[in-house]
Design a protein. Sequence first.
Length: 61
Amino acid sequence: MKPFTTIAACFFALVAVVHLLRLFIGWEIMVNGMVVPRWISAPGLMITAGMALMLWREARR
């Protein structure tokens, strides 16, 4: 297995889990005094989970 690719896949999977938790638990994020809408986490979840899956598959080769 490729160690860097595996680490990157784990990192993206962790970020995807945080997006998922934010969607269900409703954590509030503020950037420069403005609240970031929760719907932003939906595409963030899909992108990071997809990248984690692709990197995991690449690491197994």
